[in-house]
Design a protein around this ligand. Structure first.
Ligand code: ZN
Length: 234
C-alpha cells in the first residue's frame, strides 16, 4: 500500500472514532443537547432542592405522597403514559396534591434510533393523558434513561418543551439504602435535582431512601420544591 493511502485510511478511522465517541457523549450528556433547553440543576444560594421520581405511576404513589406530605415537600413526577392508563386514580392523586407532573414518554422506549413519528406520538399521547387527568400548565420532559440524540431534542424545541435531567442519581451508583443516602447527603448542594425510582420497588428500600433524605435535609434547613419552582430562582 502506498504511504498516502495508508495515512488516509488511518485518518478516516480516527475521525470515525471521534464521531462515535461524540455521539455517545451527546446521547448521555446530562446538561447538554443539540436543541432547546436542558436543566440538570440550578445555581442558587437558597437551601432548596428538587426531588424527582421517574416512571409509574403505580400503587406506590400513595406511600410516596404520604411521605412528602409529612415533610411539607413538593416533588416532580415524570410519568409514563401506559402507566397513567393503568393507574388513573394515582395520577389524579399526584395532581391534586399539587406536585409537578412531567412527561417520561408513553412506553419508556429509548428515544434514540427511532422514527420522528414514533417519538412525536410517544410525547403527544402522554401529554394528552396528563392533561386529561386534570394537570394544568406546561409539561416538562425527561427522556428514558436520559438518552437523546437529534430528533428528540428537535421535536421538544418545536413544542417549546424543556428537558429536565438531574445532577444526583443514587440508584445509578449504589444498591443499599445506606449507601444511597450517604451519597446524596454528601453530593447535595442548593439547587440540586435528585433522581429516584420508588414506583416499581417492592422492597420498600427506595421509600426508606426518600424518607431519610427528607428527614436529614429538612434538618439541614433544606426545602423541597418542584423543578418549576426551582427554575424561578435562576
Ligand atoms: Zn425511567
Amino acid at each position: 500500500m502506498r504511504k498516502k493511502t495508508y495515512l488516509k485510511i488511518l485518518l478516516s478511522l480516527l475521525l470515525l472514532c471521534l464521531l462515535l465517541f461524540g455521539s455517545y457523549e451527546l446521547m448521555n450528556a446530562r446538561s447538554y443537547q443539540l436543541f432547546g433547553n436542558i436543566t440538570n440543576s440550578i445555581e442558587t444560594d437558597e437551601k432548596v432542592v428538587a426531588l424527582t421520581f421517574d416512571d409509574g405511576p403505580t400503587k406506590n404513589v400513595e406511600q410516596v405522597l404520604h411521605l412528602l406530605e409529612q415533610y411539607n415537600a413538593k416533588a416532580t413526577f415524570f410519568l409514563i403514559g401506559q402507566d397513567i392508563e393503568k393507574f388513573p386514580e394515582e395520577t389524579k392523586a399526584i395532581i391534586e396534591a399539587d406536585h409537578q407532573v412531567g412527561n417520561h414518554t408513553f412506553s419508556h422506549a429509548r428515544m434514540i434510533f427511532k422514527s420522528p413519528t414514533f417519538i412525536k406520538e410517544e410525547i403527544d399521547k402522554t401529554d394528552e393523558l396528563i392533561h386529561e387527568a386534570g394537570y394544568k400548565g406546561e409539561i416538562d420532559f425527561r427522556p428514558p434513561n436520559g438518552k437523546k440524540l437529534v430528533f428528540l431534542p428537535y421535536y421538544l424545541k418545536l413544542q417549546e418543551k424543556e428537558t429536565i435531567t438531574w445532577n444526583i442519581e443514587p440508584d445509578t451508583f449504589f444498591t443499599t439504602p445506606e449507601e444511597k443516602i450517604d451519597y446524596v447527603l454528601e453530593a447535595i448542594h442548593p439547587g440540586s435535582i435528585i433522581l429516584l425510582h420508588p414506583m416499581y420497588d417492592q422492597s420498600g428500600d427506595e421509600l426508606q431512601v426518600i424518607e431519610e433524605i427528607l428527614k436529614a435535609l429538612t434538618k439541614e434547613g433544606y426545602r423541597f420544591i418542584t423543578v418549576d419552582d426551582l427554575q424561578t430562582l435562576e
